[in-house]
Design a protein around this ligand. Structure first.
Ligand SMILES: Nc1ncnc2c1ncn2[C@@H]1O[C@H](COP(=O)(O)OP(=O)(O)OP(=O)(O)O)[C@@H](O)[C@H]1O
Ligand SMILES: [Mg+2]
Length: 259
């Protein structure tokens, strides 16, 4: 099974403007990598490119999950192989209840193929799985009947995404600003939820602006993305330095080292 997500010299443009200018990153299952960087530096672009969003043009470079070439896979093949993306701005799907959405997603990704046909997970079994994970994330049961993300508060959307992640048990999860818009209690609950579902089988890329979430979900590596390039990598102390000194100093130092 693929236990390394490997991003090699990835260049991505949006509307003919180059946004990612050669990203190299290797994430092993069991590791947590945080990506931090100023607004507009290309963090979400990286997530969209990995998801296969048509607006994000891969100009060059490769992404591998073990022996699988990600850019040769359709977005749903990527999901079936264990890639999960939680977006900064989750979209609403009116008329589709959260329970139905989750069941469809879980069946599509985890459903067993028997005699060439996908076997759906029995409803009662699914319901139990869902309720278990909902209590883990302290999500109200009534939520399962609501339409996905429609009228959800910012924090509720983020929790719904983590619920999806908990059910899909991906091998690699890219989480784009999961912490934005969460109040202090929700941040703790969501972080504890992520800690409960992560493990040696899951690699996590956590995109964030704030050190706060990293106090709960401890990163093994922190990378600073500026202007489409990773300009510095380190441990959690790098995130702490950023909080105290801001990006300017860290960027200056990286530039000096490069000269
Ligand atoms: N769909 C799009 N259409 C036009 N421009 C885009 C699109 N997506 C990204 N960009 C541009 O690419 C650059 C990088 O954007 P991106 O969303 O990746 O930044 P980010 O690092 O996630 O920022 P933030 O911290 O504000 O979320 C920005 O200049 C943005 O305007
Ligand atoms: Mg972003």
């Amino acid at each position: 099974m693929s236990d390394i997500l490997s991003i090699k010299d990835l260049r991505v443009s949006v509307e003919e403007k180059e946004i990612l200018k050669g990203i190299n990153l290797e994430v092993k299952t069991g590791e947590v990598h945080a990506i931090m960087g100023p607004n507009g530096s290309g963090k979400s672009t990286l997530a969209y490119a990995l998801a296969g969003h048509p607006k994000y043009e891969v100009e060059s470079g490769e992404v591998w999950m073990g022996d699988d070439n990600v850019f040769e896979m359709s977005p749903d093949e990527r999901a079936r192989e264990g890639l999960f993306l939680a977006f900064q701005y989750p979209t609403a799907i009116p008329g589709v209840s959260m329970a139905n959405f989750l069941r469809t997603a879980v069946n599509a990704v985890k459903g067993e193929v028997v005699d060439g046909e996908k076997k759906a997970i029995p409803i009662t079994e699914f319901r139990k799985m869902m309720l278990d994970k909902m209590s883990l994330l302290q999500i109200d049961r009534a939520f399962a009947r609501r339409y996905l993300n429609e009228g959800f508060s910012g924090g509720e959307k983020k929790r719904a995404e983590i619920l999806q992640m908990a059910l899909l048990e991906p091998r690699f999860a890219i989480m784009d600003e999961t912490d934005s818009g969460l109040d202090i209690d929700a941040l703790r609950i969501v972080s504890e939820g992520v800690n409960a579902i992560k493990g040696p089988q899951m690699g996590i890329v956590l995109i964030t602006h704030y050190n706060r979430i990293l106090n709960y979900i401890k990163p093994d590596y922190v990378h600073i993305l500026v202007n489409g390039r990773i300009i510095a990598s380190g441990g959690q102390e790098l995130a702490e330095r950023l909080e105290v000194e801001g990006y300017d100093n860290v960027i200056k130092e990286a530039v000096q080292e490069a000269i």
